[in-house]
Design a protein around this ligand. Structure first.
Ligand code: MRU
Length: 345
């Protein structure tokens, strides 16, 4: 990914510090956040300084490495660190994939810190490469002149690089195809309106933000050729957990014969979940629904109440789209039907 012409990754480690693109400030300010200790990195995941399945996974891997550095040979310290990291966010499978991989690689190593850092780096590099391949496969589905709808942010900010749902769009655009993206604003945190469009603008891809409830209108008019979304966890029967609102889009897409694709690396598949009902759904603070943060005319970031004072709100962060609504899942190993996902895990 390039930001203002400079190459970046969403997350990296240098010494014992983890560095992250501070996503809460985007698109208004581009800032790098430094997390010096495992505890700081956990806070960054919880507070959504970093977010998106792949980016959370890579960050959790680096946090696990920080725990081994801090442990100085005390395995119980690293074990507690693992529990602490795994308590930050419950839904994204990549987080658990990364903590388990780093922990298992380092636990019996003679040089646990070095082994943990190397394994975490490997996970981050694999994530970037998997997303690049998702772009190659997904590009084959995109015709010149396509109008594509997406939900939330499953671009390079949500992974280490490239992204999942947006990687095919970037690949198509770089291959000279004309593409237009309808970006669902994705309330309550507006990852679409704030992050996806910022990415698309950086990449030069034509796009427009649409209100979350405008999808059916455009689909019914034949203006959407396909939908591509990301995934936070995929159950072994092909049900997919993704940002709240995804399920509705999939139902509407089926009604209007719009192909509905999910793009995700195989590290997002959780074979322990037999169906979507086994996937834990994160409930976040009602403040995310009640308040919005934006830029004032004099360039200050301000949080304001956007709902009637005194009412409470419910805030499930994800929903589950049943496999029957999904046309195909684009992975780094190829495009499969939801029923074929088991074979890839
Ligand atoms: O709560 P977030 O922003 O971490 O949500 C995760 C997501 O970004 C989306 O659900 C996305 O579509 C899939 S993860 C790349």
């Amino acid at each position: 990914m390039k930001v203002n012409g400079k190459d970046y990754r969403t997350v990296w480690i240098n010494g014992s510090s983890v560095f992250l693109i501070e996503q809460n400030l985007l698109p208004f300010e581009f800032k790098i956040h430094e997390a010096k200790k495992c505890q700081d990195t956990c806070k960054a995941i919880k507070d959504m300084v970093v977010r998106g399945a792949g980016a959370i996974g890579a960050t959790a891997g680096f946090a696990m490495a920080q725990a081994f550095i801090e442990a100085q040979g005390d395995l119980s310290y690293a074990e507690n660190g693992k529990k602490y990291i795994e308590a930050t966010r419950p839904t994204a499978q990549n987080l658990f994939y990364a903590t388990n991989r780093v922990f298992n690689a380092a636990r019996n190593s003679k040089t646990p810190s070095e082994t943990a850092i190397a394994e975490a780096q490997k996970i981050a590099d694999e994530d970037a490469e998997a997303c690049r391949k998702i772009g190659e496969y997904g590009n084959e589905l995109i015709k010149d002149g396509s109008n594509i709808e997406t939900h939330c942010n499953a671009g390079w900010l949500a992974f280490v690089d490239w992204g999942s749902a947006l990687s095919p769009v970037y690949a198509a655009y770089r291959n000279g195809k004309k593409v237009f993206v309808y970006v669902d604003e994705t309330r309550p945190r507006s990852q679409g309106a704030r992050l996806t469009v910022w990415e698309l603008k950086n990449e030069g891809v034509e796009h427009a933000i649409i209100a979350d409830n405008a999808g059916a209108h455009y689909m019914s008019q034949g203006k959407v050729d396909m939908i591509i979304v990301g995934a936070d966890r995929i159950a072994s029967n092909g049900d997919v957990a993704n940002k709240i609102g995804t399920h509705e889009k999939a139902i509407v897409a089926k009604e209007y014969d719009v192909p509905f694709y999910v793009a995700a690396p195989t590290s997002t598949i959780d074979m322990k979940c037999k169906s979507g009902s086994d996937i834990p759904i994160e409930e976040r603070s009602e403040d995310e629904v009640l308040y919005q943060t934006g830029l004032t005319k004099d360039n200050r970031l301000e949080k304001v109440l956007v709902c009637s004072p005194g009412s409470k709100a419910f805030n499930p962060s994800f929903d589950v789209t049943p496999a029957k609504y999904i046309t195909g899942i684009i992975t780094e190993k190829g495009i499969v039907k939801p029923s074929e996902i088991k074979g890839l895990a």
